[in-house]
Design a protein around this ligand. Structure first.
Ligand code: CA
Length: 278
């Protein structure tokens, strides 16, 4: 906490905000390219990796310190992390352990330490793979592709149905199928399906709503703790701002649920978190 207090001023602002204030939007997240976070304190190696990965079409962010890596991962959720173990402020193994508190992102460790004990420590902390320096770039890229493939196979289907609403996670689109009787619940789309042509209507979600929904839909039937949602959507330091979740979940229900006050799919587990019930 002492480390973070100096850098994470947004969390201080969040605590100071009155409980009924409109929560700030979550940090930006763009769809499209595969995103890799490189954590390495050797400038020459960091630069080489960044150039190589960008040349291969990856979207790259970098960090030279452990705390910076955690902040980056929270604000800009990567699809994979390449992580040096010997960092100036904290040990890479500790970074993995903290990251695993709220993220399942594949982590490939890059390390000059070749002792079995170091590898075991990093893998036990939650790393997915381990590359010993110096390494051939081709080998690292092959391991990165393998880690991303594994990640893809454990992800559930990208199209999910919530009542009359169809959510396509890959295409980032939501459409609502027309109902036989329309209750026009004022989500800005109008209730214009009354009479005549019944066509699916697009539903607009904000980036924050998308992030929340995506996390819930990727764990169908499972309880997702509030602290994890807050850390993943707003970043470390926001774990106690439960009112952000109440606000945005209410909006999601208004947009997606058939009967928002009595939700059937986006459920609250009081005092614990939220659950997407298929
Ligand atoms: Ca290092």
């Amino acid at each position: 906490m002492s480390e973070r207090g100096r850098t994470a001023s947004p969390s201080a602002l969040a605590r100071a905000a009155p409980a009924d204030a409109v929560p700030p939007p979550a940090p930006e997240a763009s769809a499209g390219q595969t995103r890799v976070l490189i954590v390495e304190d050797e400038p020459a190696l960091l630069r080489a990796l960044r150039i190589d990965l960008r040349a291969r079409g990856y979207e790259v962010h970098t960090a030279a310190r452990g705390q910076e890596a955690l902040d980056q991962a929270a604000r800009w959720p990567p699809d994979a992390v390449l992580l040096d173990l010997g960092l100036p402020d904290r040990d890479g193994t500790e970074v993995i352990r903290e990251l695993r508190g709220w993220s399942d992102v594949p982590v490939i460790v890059l390390s000059g330490r070749s002792a079995a004990q170091d590898k075991i420590g990093a893998l036990d902390a939650g790393a997915d793979d381990y590359v010993t320096k110096p390494f051939a770039m081709d080998e690292l890229l092959a391991r990165l592709r393998a880690a991303l493939r594994r990640e893809d196979t454990v992800r559930p289907a990208t199209a999910v149905t919530i009542g009359r609403t169809k959510v396509n996670l890959a295409a980032h689109s939501v459409v609502r199928q027309p109902a036989t009787d329309v209750d026009g619940d004022g989500d800005g789309d109008g209730g214009g399906a009354a009479g005549g042509q019944a066509r699916p209507e697009p539903v607009h979600l904000t980036p924050t709503e998308w992030r929340l929904l995506e996390i819930l839909l990727r764990s169908p039937g499972q309880l997702v703790p509030s602290s994890r949602l807050l850390a993943q959507v707003w970043g470390p330091g926001f774990e106690h701002n439960a009112h952000y979740l109440r606000f945005h979940m209410a909006r999601l229900r208004r947009k997606l649920e058939e009967d928002p006050p009595r939700p059937r799919h986006l459920l609250t587990e009081p005092g614990m978190g939220y659950r997407y019930q298929p």
